[in-house]
Design a protein around this ligand. Structure first.
Ligand SMILES: [Fe+2]
Ligand SMILES: [Fe+2]
Length: 246
């Protein structure tokens, strides 16, 4: 039996994203602090895993569209250090990662996620193809989404279905949507991972409803069978404090 933990869309460096205590400042909200305590507690419960899968958008980037006003730091090296500290909390010896959205993770020249993964000796690609205890897995960052609740699974199904025509895999992993979704049609299974970012000005202004999912996903496989796909989700209602911006 093997365990894989999926963590994606950390957006480290954003004021409302997962942040270790040494990077807290006077703008750090109680919600962000609570998210960190929840993250640590959840990882302790999960324990050691055979593989950590990182779904991309590990840092938030320089925030060009928002004048960097939502950031702890616009320095991508500083953001990279925050992401390394967050990933370092996961108890594992093996890492696989996919690259995220360029706006967040690159300064036009360098892929900072490659730097992060080199710290862990991890493997990072645009598309990951690998097996875990006999399960064929394909991972990629991007996936379409929908603001219509009953349509959220549609783009994920399209991703998995069209890729499965070309070659059969047992599990498709996508991120980017910041919404957990899981489907199983008896031929393949697929999921979009939750994020580790509470909110953003973009989300509040442009997205309908508060329907993002925050957390991670634990997958257990055994000799060619997916035994469980368990979303471990954080409820923002657990913390009542308000977001504070510079
Ligand atoms: Fe993202
Ligand atoms: Fe993204």
């Amino acid at each position: 039996m093997k365990k894989m933990l999926i963590v994606g869309d950390l957006h480290c460096g954003h004021l409302d994203s997962i942040t270790p205590p040494q990077y807290w400042n006077k703008y750090t909200s109680k919600m962000v602090k609570d998210l960190w305590y929840w993250y640590k507690k959840s990882l302790n419960k999960v324990g050691e895993v055979d593989l950590a899968y990182l779904g991309g958008d590990l840092i938030d980037g320089a925030g060009a569209k928002s004048g960097s006003t939502e950031l702890i730091s616009a320095d991508l090296i500083e953001q990279t250090k925050i992401a390394i500290e967050c990933i370092n909390q996961i108890k594992t010896k093996r890492y696989k990662a996919v690259r995220g959205t360029n706006y967040h993770t690159s300064d036009q020249h360098s892929q900072m996620e490659d730097v992060i993964m080199s710290e862990f000796g991890g493997d990072i690609l645009d598309i990951q193809e690998f097996t875990l205890d006999g399960i064929a897995i394909q991972g990629r960052h991007h996936c379409g989404s929908s603001s219509i609740p009953y349509s959220i699974s549609g783009p994920l199904f399209k991703e998995a279905y069209l890729n499965n025509v070309e070659k059969n895999r047992d599990l498709y992993i996508r991120s980017h949507t910041h919404k957990f979704c899981q489907l199983n049609n008896g031929i393949f299974q697929a999921l979009t991972s939750p994020c580790l970012q509470l909110s953003s000005a973009f989300g509040r202004k442009r997205c309908l409803g508060n329907n993002i999912s925050i957390g991670m996903v634990l997958i257990t496989v055994d000799k060619g069978r997916i035994m469980s796909i368990e979303p471990i989700l954080y409820s923002q209602n657990e913390s009542k404090s308000k977001l504070i911006y510079k």
